[in-house]
Design a protein around this ligand. Structure first.
Ligand code: G3P
Length: 221
């Protein structure tokens, strides 16, 4: 399972990249709007820091303008994946970009049919937003199950990138289903790392070691 960070925060990206946990990044206009500084500079810096795929999103809504933005974004670095909204013009742009060898990530996917169409147009990734479906009273994870099954049935090589993740259990479920990628807000990655029994166990080890040191003055390991 690949882990992408869903953020434009350079501090978070550096922090988790230094731990070897970041296989890629996804951003969007909302995430960029939360950061201070020039968004174009932030995107360039992300692409410089991270080796893996970095999804940068277009903000145009016509195919012609999306292609222009995609070509500009692609100049930020080889690892740029162009994020395109799941609208008819978006699919037209995806097809053209695929023919040019530019990878795309189709975003704002909320149904299996949309995922199939994005895959047929040539998307390298589809991004179903499971948390927003849960918020709307639907079962987001069922959508992941459907898409993974359909892509398997027909050997689509499009990756299922589970987005809008709200808690660590979403990650476990996505992994059991076999989705290729999860993209996580940094705080979810932090939550995945900790367990109260780890903290309790470590504190017991350290206090027991203090006793050993008292009985063995000058002891070093
Ligand atoms: O990658 C998509 C993601 O950023 C959307 O998440 O929490 O805004 O639904 P959310």
């Amino acid at each position: 399972m690949k882990i992408f960070l869903d953020t434009a925060s350079l501090d978070s990206i550096k922090k988790y990249n230094d731990m070897g946990l970041v296989d890629g990044i996804t951003t969007n206009p909302t995430l960029l709007s939360k950061e201070k500084g020039n968004p174009a500079e932030i995107m360039r810096e992300i692409v410089r820091i991270v080796q893996g795929p970095v999804s940068l999103e277009v903000v145009a809504t016509t195919a012609a303008e999306m292609l222009e933005e995609a070509h500009r974004l692609k100049k930020y670095g080889k690892n740029v994946v162009v994020k395109i909204p799941m609208i008819p013009d978006g699919l037209k742009a995806v097809k053209k970009l695929k023919s040019e060898g530019i990878e795309t990530n189709v975003t704002l996917v909320f149904s299996a049919n949309q995922a199939v169409l994005a895959a047929k147009a040539g998307a390298a990734y589809v991004s179903p937003f499971i948390g927003r479906l849960d918020d709307a009273g639907q079962d987001g994870m069922s959508l992941i199950r459907e898409i993974v099954q359909i892509f398997k049935n027909y050997q689509f090589d499009t990756n299922v990138l589970v987005a809008s993740i709200r808690h660590p259990l979403h990650v476990v479920e996505a992994g059991k289903i076999g989705a290729q990628v999860v993209t996580l807000p940094p705080d979810i990655l932090g939550k995945m790392m900790s367990h109260p029994l780890t903290d309790k166990g470590l504190s017991a080890f350290l206090s027991d070691w203090e006793k050993v040191k008292k009985e063995n003055p000058g002891l070093k390991i």
